[in-house]
Each structure stands twice: as structure tokens, then as C-alpha cells.
Design a protein around this ligand. Sequence first.
Ligand code: OFO
Length: 170
Amino acid sequence: MLKKKIEDILNAQVEKEGYSSNLYLAMATWTEANGYGGIAKWFYAQAEEERLHMLKFIHYINEKGGHAIVPVFNAPPKDYSDIHTMFEEVLKHEEYITQSINDIVGMAIDERDFTTQSWIQWFVNEQIEEEAQVREILDKLRLLGKENLYLFDRDIMTLRAANAAADAGE
Ligand code: OFO
């Protein structure tokens, strides 16, 4: 059985993961509508991943005897100035998510909830990878400059596939 405090912080994370999914979906549709089909694919895939993260939290809360709540989500921004700024916002958002995952770890330790502490480690590692991937994208964007995004748009999914293969130890 989850302590109420733990159930509440996990439910707050359900909202954050769902908002992340909607944020990346908004970025996907903006990039698709503005001619960046490759970058849009990256964001659609990312939106899907975040939805799976949300579901992981929902299932864990329910399996542990709590009640996962589907919250109201704030609408993400619909317009973005450019691709560089967009990925800077992604990094800022992921850093915020990392902080909230760390807060869950901290509370699980304080409450001596060793099951949640162990379960949440998957997300601790996931955040390391997600932040690293976005930093890599930002490094590439800095190298390319603002005008030259054709190749980046073509290659961004290759970068994602390479990261996935590295994670799988291929
Ligand atoms: Fe962006 O990662 Fe979920 O947790």
C-alpha cells in the first residue's frame, strides 16, 4: 500500500508526463506544419514515449493499491519561434522533469518506501539519456547555424536510432 504522500507525488508526476507528451505533440504538429517532416517525426516519437511514461506511473500507482487520477492538462504553446529555441525549451523542460523525479526519490527515501525508491530508478536513468540526447541535438544545431536545417531535418531520426541502438548495447 502506498502512503498518501507518495501516491500524491506520483499522481503529480502523471500530470507532468502527460503534459510532456502534449508539449511534444504540439511541437510535432508545429514542425510538421512548417515543413520540418524529419523533426516532426522525432517529436511524434517523443510524445509517444512520454505517454508511455505517464502510463507507467498510472499502472504503478494502481498496482500498489492507490488510485491513479487522470488530470486536466494545461494547453501547451501552439506557436514556436524557431527550431533552436524549441530544443532549448525541450532541454529546460527535461531538466525540470529530472528535478521532479529527484524529488520523488527524495520523498521515497524520507518515507522509507524502498519499493518506490527502487522502481523510480528506471526514470532516473531515462532522464540521464533524455537530457544527453537533447544536449547532443543542441550541439549539432549550434554547429549548423540557423539557416542550414535541411540536413538536420533529414538526419535527426538517424540520431535517435543511433541512440536507441547504443542503449540496447548494439
Ligand atoms: Fe522526458 O521523460 Fe518522461 O520521464
